[in-house]
Design a protein around this ligand. Structure first.
Ligand code: HMG
Ligand code: MG
Length: 302
């Protein structure tokens, strides 16, 4: 079974320039909650000055729809964010740093070392509140400010996060420039240095159209957790030019038809994306979504 982490409501919506109402976000989350995901990242509790689009995190979180087998996560940058998330009842939170110093400064106004130092008490506080912690390493292949990132830098920060008690680290191709050979060499480096597959997830953005190929090479190396975004929504406000995450519909379509079950119902997922697209007043980039919307189906394929 492949585990998919739906990040559209956070990574996708954080990048929408026009304000999206809490009501629309809640409807999107409700529709996604019916699609069969194991995990959905619902929002982030970051500074509203840095990401105004998600300033309504409390209002949205109060209206989440519980589903058996579904865990909601929230992205938190610091103690204040953690406390806001715990007060809303989250049992899983995600912290984030980067493999590139320059990106860490732009995204969180602090060094990687300072972030790691801040995570230690956060992980402990989360644990005491009965919550688990996921982590992100952004710019694991390319940094928009520093260029190519070497695998040992990714190893170092990932190892440090795991050592703090973070149970899964998602490696981000934040700007969507990685190609399969680079994904392979970094992942192989991490495995050769003792990291284990279940400790890692892959978070590909699809700026260059290489995200599915990057999933395929990761699958061939035995990785089984992937982040994705409904409709291909998104980007990163601190990575200019980066486009959305790998579209969930494209990923589910490929995995299911390759014989890798995901638990995600493609039609329900597509309905959630189409409803959101109608509210946003534009089409979303997923090609599988476009195909489904056009009613184009082969005899047995949805
Ligand atoms: P700062 O300005 O250095 O922080 O920001 P500060 O501690 O000096 O606080 C400044 C003000 O923000 C204060 O308010 C704080 O109270 C407030 P004031 O006293 O001036 O009125 N504040 C907060 N308010 C609400 N919730 C909070 C919070 N924290 C401080 N949690 C900080 C530092 C880390 C807070 C800021 O840089 C920040 O919020 N950054 C988040 C940026 C972000 O959300 N980026 C996108 C998410 S990461 C991503 O997309 C990548 C990923 O998808 C993986 C990939 O693709 O690579 C995960
Ligand atoms: Mg991202």
């Amino acid at each position: 079974m492949i585990k998919l982490v739906e990040v559209g409501p956070r990574d996708g919506l954080q990048n929408e320039v026009r304000p999206v109402s809490a009501e629309v976000k809640v409807a999107f989350l409700r529709a996604l909650s019916q699609a069969g995901y194991a995990e959905i990242e619902a929002t982030s509790f970051v500074s509203p000055r840095w990401v105004p689009q998600l300033a309504d995190a409390e209002e949205v979180s109060r209206q989440l729809c519980e589903q058996p087998g579904l865990v909601y996560t929230a992205l938190v940058p610091n103690r204040k964010g953690l406390e806001r998330a715990l007060a809303c009842g989250y049992k899983r939170v995600a912290v984030f740093t980067a493999a590139s110093e320059a990106f860490s400064q732009k995204n969180t106004n602090r060094t990687i070392a300072a972030s790691l130092q801040e995570f230690a008490p956060l992980v402990e506080q989360a644990r005491q509140a009965g919550a688990s912690v996921r982590g992100y390493v952004s710019t694991a292949w390319f940094c928009p400010y520093a260029g190519v990132i070497q695998a040992p830098a990714v190893y170092e920060v990932t190892r440090a996060m795991l050592d703090l008690g973070i149970d899964e680290v998602s490696l981000g191709d934040t700007v969507g420039l990685a190609v399969p050979s680079q994904v392979h060499s970094t992942l192989q480096h991490l495995l050769d240095n003792g990291l284990e597959r279940p400790q890692l997830a892959l978070h590909f953005h699809d700026t260059s159209g290489t995200a599915l190929a990057n999933v395929l090479i990761s699958l061939q190396l035995g990785f089984a957790t992937f982040d994705c975004s409904a409709g291909g929504l998104g980007g990163c406000p601190y990575a200019p030019g980066a486009s959305g995450n790998l579209a969930s519909e494209d990923l589910v379509y490929m995995l299911e038809h390759m014989g890798y079950p995901t638990g995600v119902d493609l039609e329900r997922l597509a309905r959630a994306s189409l409803e959101l697209a109608a509210h946003l007043g534009r089409t979303l980039p997923s090609r599988t979504l476009a195909r489904l919307q056009a009613g184009w189906q082969t005899a047995e394929r949805t």
